[in-house]
Design a protein around this ligand. Structure first.
Ligand code: CTP
Ligand code: MG
Length: 230
């Protein structure tokens, strides 16, 4: 089933501290963002990739992707100050029925998860990738434990997050009108309250590259895949 994907890539990578957009850091000799784009480029069900970028980085992105066979299905849109604003801008370029939002900083997403998300979004309206929480989670006030939260009901939320376009558009318009800033797309849909958000179990490899130590893990994932896939 066909879908379009918005890929927010307009951040600055502050927590990575690399002095540049972390998406330009290379893994196996290629920038992180190209690894991410490759997954969707190779997926025939993906009809459009909308990369949301900073205007000052347009030249770098265009040079990086020039001449690739997927150039035709790649579009660039300018981002905003917050990730949510970037996604909002990306929405202006979407025309299909199903839209995914996937962080440029998650290069290890795999097609089976994407397929399940698309199917579930078409069926029920909203579906997000997640993994079960592994650690014990406690709530604390001033470093004193208040409560241990039952882990069996907790999920660590990732992207992609998949939606029927009309639902995501409505949620973003609502958030804009209310000046509400969420940490992911689904939280906007949840706030509106009329559509259930379904969870699709993903895998721990689909990490977001955020801080320097994440690069070690990312390199290990790539190495594992090279050995497994030849
Ligand atoms: N992003 C974006 N527009 C923003 C902020 C973030 O498109 N205004 C993108 C990032 O490029 C990244 C994704 O959203 O692919 C997830 O954000 P995050 O991991 O927080 O990346 P950064 O914002 O770049 O990192 P930091 O928060 O450490 O500065
Ligand atoms: Mg950020």
């Amino acid at each position: 089933m066909e879908y379009e994907v918005i890929i927010p890539a307009a951040g600055s990578g502050t927590r990575m501290g690399a002095g540049k957009n972390k998406l330009f850091i290379e893994l196996n000799g290629r920038p992180i963002i190209l690894h991410t784009l490759d997954v969707f480029a190779a997926d025939r069900d993906c009809s459009k990739m909308i990369a949301v970028i900073q205007p000052k980085e347009e030249k770098i992105f265009k040079e990086m992707t020039a001449g690739r066979e997927y150039e035709g299905k790649l579009e660039f849109v300018y981002g905003g100050a917050e990730r949510q604003h970037s996604v909002y801008n990306g929405l202006t370029a979407v025309s299909g029925e199903i839209v995914l939002v996937h962080d440029g900083a998650r290069p290890f997403i795999r097609r089976p998860v994407i397929r399940q998300l698309v199917r579930e979004a078409a069926r029920s309206g909203a579906a997000i990738a997640a993994v079960p929480v592994k650690d014990t989670i406690k709530k604390a006030v001033r470093q004193e434990v208040v409560e241990t939260i039952d882990r069996s009901s907790l999920w660590q939320i990732q992207t992609p997050q998949a939606f029927r376009l009309s639902i995501l558009q409505k949620a973003h318009e609502w958030a804009k009108a209310e000046d509400y800033l969420g940490t992911d797309e689904a939280s906007l849909v949840e706030k509106m309250g009329d559509i259930p958000v379904k969870i699709i179990e993903s895998d721990y490899d689909n990490m977001k590259i955020t801080t320097p130590e994440d690069l070690y893990f990312a390199r290990a994932v790539l190495e594992k895949r090279t050995h497994l896939n030849g």
